[in-house]
Design a binder for this molecule. Structure first.
Ligand code: UDP
Ligand code: MG
Length: 316
C-alpha cells in the first residue's frame, strides 16, 4: 500500500515558530518513515498566507536546505480556512494521505501515529479532538467551547472540540474538491463528504512562541461565517419569532379593546415605549440576519477564486 504522507500547515506571521516547527515535524516524519508508516516522497508543506513578516523567506530557505519541505505562497492573506484549503487542493494529486495542523504545534504531533493506524484500517477521515483544554486560559476555553455549542445550536454541525487537525485520504480530498462554494467552512464541510471516519484524542499544548492569530473578534466572525454557510436555522428562528410576535400582537389587540371599553386608555405609556424599542430591535436584528444570507448569495454568485497561488516550491 503506497502511503505518501503530506503534512499541510497554514502559516500567517509565524516566523517565530517556523524553525522549531520545521525541526520537530521533520524528526517526526523521518521517524514515521523509518517505522514504515509514511512512504518515500512524504512531504511537509507550509502554506504562507500572505504573512507580513519573514515567514515566506523562512519557508523558502527550508525548501532549499531540504527537499522534504515544500512551500506554497498565496498571493495575499486569505485567512486560515482558505490557506488550508489551498494547501489541501494543491497537494491532493501528490499525496495518498494528508494531515493538516497549525503552525504553532499546539496539536500534539504524537497523535499522528494513531491517525495513520486508523487510515490503514480503512478510515478516510480522522478528526483530532482535544481531550481537555487544561492549558488554555479560562477566557480562551470559555469562548472556544461557547463557539462549538452556539454553532451546533444554530444547525452548523461540527465535531466538538475538533479544530483543523485531521487526516484525510486522497479520495476524501477528491470529495472535498467537489464542493464548489466560495465561503468554504472546512470543519462543517468535511463531515458532509461522508466515508468512514473516526476520532483520535489528544492533549492540546500551549503555543511555544508568537501569539494567537485568532483574537475574539476573528473568532466571532468565524462563527457567523460558519453558521451562515452551513445552515439556514437562524432564518427559521426568525420566522418562528415573527410568528410568536404576531400571536402576541393579537393578544394585545384584544387587550386594548377590552381596556378601551373599560375606559382606561391612557395608562400604558411605559408598555408602549418598551415594545416599540423591543420590536424595533428585533426587526433590525432579523434584517441583519437575512442580510447576512443575502450577502453570502451575492458573494457566491460572483464565483471569485478562493485563493491564488503565487508560487509552489516542490520537489517531486
Ligand atoms: N492562520 C492563517 N491565516 C490567518 C490566521 C491564522 O493561516 O489569517 C494560521 C496560523 O498561522 C496558524 C493557524 O492558522 O497556523 C491557527 O492560528 P492560531 O494558532 O493563531 O489560532 P489559535 O490556536 O489561537 O486558535
Ligand atoms: Mg494556535
Amino acid at each position: 500500500m503506497s502511503n505518501k504522507l503530506y503534512l499541510v500547515i497554514p502559516c500567517y506571521n509565524e516566523e517565530e515558530v517556523l524553525p522549531e516547527t520545521a525541526k520537530r515535524l521533520k524528526e517526526k516524519l523521518l521517524c514515521l518513515m523509518e517505522k514504515g508508516k509514511a512512504g518515500d516522497g512524504s512531504r511537509i508543506v507550509f502554506v504562507n498566507d500572505g504573512s507580513k513578516d519573514r515567514t515566506w523567506e523562512t519557508i523558502r530557505s527550508l525548501h532549499e536546505t531540504d527537499p522534504l519541505y515544500s512551500g506554497i505562497n498565496l498571493s495575499r492573506n486569505r485567512g486560515h480556512q482558505n490557506a488550508l484549503l489551498a494547501g489541501l487542493m494543491t497537494v491532493k494529486d501528490h499525496a495518498d494521505l494528508v494531515i493538516s495542523m497549525d503552525a504553532d504545534l499546539q496539536d500534539d504531533i504524537e497523535a499522528i501515529d494513531e491517525m495513520i493506524d486508523k487510515y490503514h484500517n480503512g478510515i478516510d477521515i480522522v478528526y483530532g479532538v482535544r481531550s481537555s483544554r487544561a492549558k488554555d486560559s479560562f477566557f480562551k476555553k470559555a469562548t472556544a467551547e461557547g463557539f462549538y455549542k452556539t454553532m451546533n445550536a444554530m444547525g452548523a454541525n461540527t465535531v466538538y472540540n475538533h479544530a483543523d487537525y485531521r487526516l484525510m485520504s486522497r479520495r476524501a480530498l477528491e470529495g472535498l474538491a467537489e464542493f464548489g462554494e466560495v465561503n468554504l467552512f472546512l470543519r462543517g464541510i468535511v463531515p458532509m463528504i461522508g466515508y468512514p471516519w473516526d476520532v483520535v484524542y489528544y492533549e492540546r499544548g500551549e503555543r511555544f512562541a508568537g501569539e494567537s492569530k485568532y483574537p475574539l473578534g476573528k473568532m466571532l466572525s468565524f462563527a457567523v461565517e460558519g453558521i451562515t454557510s452551513l445552515s439556514v436555522k437562524p432564518l427559521r428562528l426568525i420566522t418562528g419569532l415573527g410568528f410568536f410576535i404576531f400571536l402576541v400582537s393579537i393578544g394585545m389587540l384584544i387587550y386594548s379593546f377590552v381596556r378601551h371599553f373599560m375606559g382606561a386608555t391612557i395608562v400604558g405609556w411605559t408598555t408602549l415605549m418598551v415594545s416599540v424599542w423591543a420590536i424595533g430591535g428585533l426587526i433590525l436584528l432579523s434584517l441583519g440576519v437575512v442580510g447576512e444570507y443575502i450577502g453570502k448569495i451575492y458573494l457566491e454568485s460572483k464565483m471569485r477564486p478562493r485563493f491564488i497561488i503565487e508560487q509552489f516550491l516542490h520537489d517531486d
